[in-house]
Design a protein around this ligand. Structure first.
Ligand code: NAP
Length: 572
């Protein structure tokens, strides 16, 4: 029986490199790799060896006959992808691990950040060079978005942290947590103690809507909401109030999908995860019954990935409906025109048609109820998610706190641009979550590309935008380099590109010689941050959280404030 890749696929292609029969696609050298939601196994070519399942860092690969519940759809999805991409999937050009010549000596490299892009960078550096690595993070725990971004009901995805944990334990790696670059230690000081610095700092801010009422209490950016349920110590425990029955989430990317799912999942199911205790208690007390996902464009332009949306459709006890609108209905019908003829349309339900592997977002809405929607009325009975397309928010209002969102109907122009029609209506809601994407934050001492919201760079080398010249020894990786898109696995190829650039510069002897060594750097850090956290303290935090989790049958119970994290670290 063939294997199939399922919902948690992180697309880092670890499986591709171990497959002996080249049956996993798209591979990183194929054009579809840049846009695919996930990777797929060709059931006709799979020889059932299981090497991919062993290599998968997020437990996403299973024999087709062992798929259960919502995962059963993935057998067909894997098979259908190859039906829809019938090229010959030849073996790609082989690539061989490179290494640096020994005469270059031991490089000292700082990696700023400890999230997925930092993890892949450290892994790549340790594998390909004899470098000593200093990792630095402003928080007293590692993980970045892996700890504070990935939703708590996606524990399989979080498993990738285990492979990074073994990287972090490497004897060639030192850890300085609770230390902020730009505040406690400058970029200049970092470069004075290292041959190279790689910034893996992500995109910490949110995009702004620029509409009236955006900052009213009860209107939150997604980063705050996600940080709140993930025990991010920079987000207060009382940041979210859930007394309203309707929540409007603006945007329909995967983060919006995560938020809708967490708001409506039965808290008893979340209780088995590592969700923040304060969030679990608030969700139990909360009254939220309806979440409206507001998208300014149509179903075909939805930003969620197919696998995440399929999981949302199958959330137990939650109905997913689509606001009925002629343009939305037409988009779904067009997507469901299968090669064998049009899908069956049944009045109040979207037609059925080809599945997610066709790449069509609108086709994923097949079979969902199409309902008239009045956001001024009480939410309907039961728990439900309303997908409202072609609807752009133009104002958030309320007396001292969010009470309503004004929405303008849009129409799609040129097949992808939303144009306002002037037709407006009001949705009554007590909470608005603005999930319209992240944005990078400028770092003192590093050039920033305002338009892209990233560190200014070329192929991972930080450059001065005025001259186009690289800043010697400065590199960037992850969302700080590419902008805020792509899942965890996309960082693997990104890290390889940055590390390749760094190795090229090392070989060309273009890296500046540091003025001082790691002992001096350690002293500098201790003088600025006596409460800096190292690997031993980190392990003590890890043990404390897991011990608390064991007592409650959970993977861990996260410590949610900096003082608690520091105290647990001191008890090592
Ligand atoms: P995203 O995928 O870029 O989605 C942003 C959404 O906001 C889009 O629907 C966009 O609509 C909308 N938007 C932007 N500006 C807007 C405005 N002014 N008014 C109204 N709507 C606006 O961002 P994200 O959800 O934050 O996700 C970031 C990345 O992380 C993505 O690559 C995502 O796949 C990844 N991620 C993955 C997972 C997972 O795999 N489970 C989970 C979370 C995040 P338009 O398309 O019309 O611009």
């Amino acid at each position: 029986m063939a294997y199939a890749i399922t919902q948690t696929c992180c697309s880092d292609a670890s499986c591709v490199s171990v497959c002996p029969v080249n049956c996993i696609h798209p591979t990183p050298d194929e054009p579809e790799f840049g846009t695919t939601d996930m990777l797929y196994i060709d059931p006709r070519a799979c020889i059932d060896c299981g090497a991919c399942a062993d290599a998968c860092p997020v437990d996403a690969v299973f024999p087709v006959d062992r798929l259960r519940g919502p995962d059963t759809a993935f057998g067909d999805l894997n098979r259908d992808w190859f039906r829809d991409h019938p090229n010959d999937h030849a073996w790609g050009t082989p690539s061989f691990p490179r290494s640096l010549p020994g005469e270059l000596g031991t490089l000292r490299i700082a990696v700023v950040g400890t999230g997925p892009s930092a993890g892949y960078t450290a892994q790549e550096l340790l594998r390909s060079t004899s470098a000593e690595i200093t990792m630095i993070d402003r928080l007293p725990v590692t993980g970045g978005l892996l700890r504070h971004g990935v939703a708590p009901d996606h524990q399989a995805t979080k498993r990738i942290a285990e492979s990074f944990a073994s990287v972090f334990r490497d004897p060639r790696l030192r850890m300085h947590l609770n230390v902020e670059i730009g505040t406690d230690v400058t970029h200049r000081e970092l470069t004075a103690h290292h041959h190279a610095v790689v910034y893996a700092v992500g995109a910490a801010a949110d995009r702004r809507l620029g509409i009236p009422g955006e900052d009213l209490p009860g209107s939150l950016p997604a980063t705050a909401f996600v940080g709140w349920y993930n025990a991010d110590p920079t987000v207060p425990a009382d940041a979210v109030e859930l007394s309203a029955e309707r929540v409007v989430v603006i945007g329909n990317g995967n983060v919006a999908v995560d938020i809708a799912r967490i708001l409506l999942t039965d808290p008893d199911r979340l209780a088995a995860t590592d969700i923040a205790d304060h969030a679990l208690a608030a969700l139990r007390r909360g009254r939220v019954r309806e979440v409206v996902l507001l998208a300014r464009r149509g179903p075909e332009q939805a930003a969620w990935t197919g696998a995440e949306f399929l999981a949302l459709r199958q959330l137990p006890g939650v109905e997913v409906v689509v606001e009925d609108h002629p343009e939305v209905r037409a988009a779904i019908e067009a997507a469901c025109e299968s090669p064998s003829g049009p899908g069956a349309s049944s009045g109040s339900r979207a037609p059925s048609g080809p599945g997610a592997a066709s790449g069509s977002r609108a086709a994923l809405l097949a079979g969902l109820p199409l309902v008239p929607y009045d956001g001024g009325a009480e939410p309907a009975a039961g728990r439900r998610i309303v997908l409202r397309f072609l609807s752009a928010p133009v104002g958030i209002s309320g007396d001292g706190r969010v009470e309503a969102v004004t929405v303008e109907r849009t129409t799609l122009v040129d097949g992808e641009r939303a144009e306002a029609t002037g037709e407006r209506d009001v949705l009554r809601a007590g909470l608005v979550v603005r999930s319209i994407g992240h944005r990078g934050v400028p770092l003192p001492g590093l050039p920033f590309d305002e338009r892209a919201g990233t560190v200014a760079h070329r192929g991972g080398r930080v450059v001065d935008p005025a001259t186009g010249q690289p800043l010697p020894g400065a590199y960037v990786v992850g969302w700080a380099k590419r902008g805020p898109s792509g899942g965890i696995g996309a960082n693997r190829a990104c890290a390889r590109e940055t590390v390749d650039a760094l190795m090229d510069d090392a070989q060309a002897r273009a890296l500046p010689e540091p003025e001082a060594g790691h002992r001096e750097f350690e002293r500098l850090v201790r003088s600025r941050r006596p409460d800096a956290v190292g690997l031993k303290e980190l392990r003590a935090v890890e043990r404390a959280e897991r011990r608390r989790g064991e007592a409650e049958g959970r993977p861990r119970v996260k410590l949610a404030t900096v003082p608690e994290l520091l105290a647990a670290g001191r008890r090592r």
